[in-house]
Design a protein around this ligand. Structure first.
Ligand SMILES: Cc1cc2nc3c(=O)[nH]c(=O)nc-3n(C[C@H](O)[C@H](O)[C@H](O)COP(=O)(O)OP(=O)(O)OC[C@H]3O[C@@H](n4cnc5c(N)ncnc54)[C@H](O)[C@@H]3O)c2cc1C
Length: 375
């Protein structure tokens, strides 16, 4: 079987779907998407289980937007419901607001802190002064002190990453907001929305165009020699595989998800409970709090971090940063051959969904300009 296409896209995740939608709708070009899994939507994939409960197969996806433009673009393919994501951390069997905020500090230290200023002054007496924290441990010690670090961060980070926070880049712990007000939400962005009928439905609508051919259950590398591409190839997989591991393998942290269905309206009071110090899993998620689905049943997922498995989180240590830089050079040079790399796997960076969609839209703009010169 020979495949002739104008644009080839590897991966039917958010990036692959956006690129296919733009080329097929805007420039009317024939696009082919190759996807190794049996579904579209990448890690945003959600589906209904046997009891009819909508659940997120690859961990909870709390969609939020840094940029109104990205929201406007996605609004062509879905209606929205509000996404008020609330997370609690379970420490010594008590529930605390997480990310750390003024309520967490009051409850944990058993003090009354009326204002943000009072909270900041209180924590100043706890912190380990350090103007240039070099890793995740030093960062949290310098912002919140030893007690909070040891009860809320340390063991969670060790479980999640399998290494000491001392060995982890400070950007990892730095991703979680720290607040001295009473804002209870998991994320800082004001635009927090969930696709009303789920993520898979959103991406299905996005690629609903007869100019797009979708080939599922197929690894690109197994059929690569049978494909002829007229204009562009966009690759959203891991870079080491693309270049046949020339500079070695990039490490990823993976997860095992265990799902249980219960004949109950709800099991938890909030969508996510973090367990920093107990159990082998890191968090328990009941996504129904976010999908707002009406059902007699509910699903709880537990996440067990592991070394092997699907690539979920890039490991930002020295060794991997060095290897990635070498692949980055090869990726940049490939644009001369009209091969482009985009997305969370190809960029070896933890991006949220809105960020990869924004990047994909930017790449499309660049390619549209180049196409006009090529044709
Ligand atoms: C556990 C977890 C939780 C997350 N939570 C959130 C959240 O709360 N909010 C948020 O905004 N974002 C969240 N994200 C991030 C979000 O999933 C990503 O930003 C988004 O899915 C990236 O889109 P992508 O297209 O770059 O990659 P992906 O979604 O990874 O899609 C890439 C696709 O390419 C396919 N592929 C790769 N190689 C090949 C090949 N050789 N041949 C064929 N197909 C191939 C893969 O099978 C995959 O389907 C989370 C991610 C994870 C892992």
């Amino acid at each position: 079987m020979k495949i002739n296409t104008e644009v080839l896209i590897i991966g039917a995740g958010p990036v692959g779907c956006v690129i296919a939608e733009r080329f097929s709708n805007d420039l009317k070009l024939k696009c082919t998407i190759i996807e190794s899994r049996d579904h579209i939507a990448g890690n945003c994939y959600d589906e209904y289980n046997k009891k009819g409960v909508l659940y997120h197969k690859y961990g909870p996806h709390y969609l939020r937007f840094k940029n109104k433009k990205t929201l406007n673009y996605l609004s062509k393919f879905t209606k929205w419901i509000k996404g008020n994501y609330i997370v609690k951390s379970v420490v010594n069997k008590k529930l605390y607001s997480f990310p750390i905020n003024l309520d967490t500090l009051e409850q944990f230290f058993k003090v009354k802190l009326k204002t943000k200023k009072q909270a900041i002054n209180f924590i100043k007496k706890k912190i380990v002064k350090n103007k240039k924290p070099k890793n995740s441990e030093e960062l949290i010690l310098s912002k919140l002190g030893k007690e909070i670090y040891e009860n809320f961060y340390k063991n969670y980070t060790i479980k999640q990453w399998g290494i000491s926070p001392k060995k982890l880049d400070k950007s990892v712990a730095g991703r979680v907001p720290i607040r001295f007000n009473r804002n209870p939400f998991y994320v800082n962005e004001k635009l927090k929305l969930m696709p009303k009928k789920g993520f898979t439905n959103l991406f299905k609508n996005m690629i609903n165009n007869s100019k797009i051919s979708l080939i599922l259950n197929t690894d690109y590398f197994k059929i690569k020699n049978k494909i002829s591409v007229k204009y562009f190839t966009i690759y959203t997989g891991t870079p080491d595989k693309f270049f046949n591991f020339k500079y070695g393998k990039l490490d990823w942290r993976s997860l095992k998800f265990v799902f249980n269905t219960y004949k109950k309206n709800y099991i938890q009071d909030y969508v996510q409970y973090n367990y920093p110090n107990d159990y082998k899993f890191t968090r328990k998620v009941e996504i129904k709090h976010v999908t707002k689905q009406k059902s007699k049943y509910t699903v709880i997922s537990k996440e067990f971090p592991q070394k092997v498995g699907e690539p979920y989180y890039p490991i930002m240590d020295k060794k991997n940063k060095t290897i990635f830089k070498k692949y980055e050079k090869l990726m940049n040079a490939s644009s001369k051959r009209n091969i482009y790399f985009e997305g969370r796997l190809a960029k070896y960076k933890y991006y949220n969904t809105d960020e990869v969609i924004e990047n994909a839209l930017d790449l499309y703009k660049k390619l549209k300009y180049k196409y006009k010169k090529l044709k």
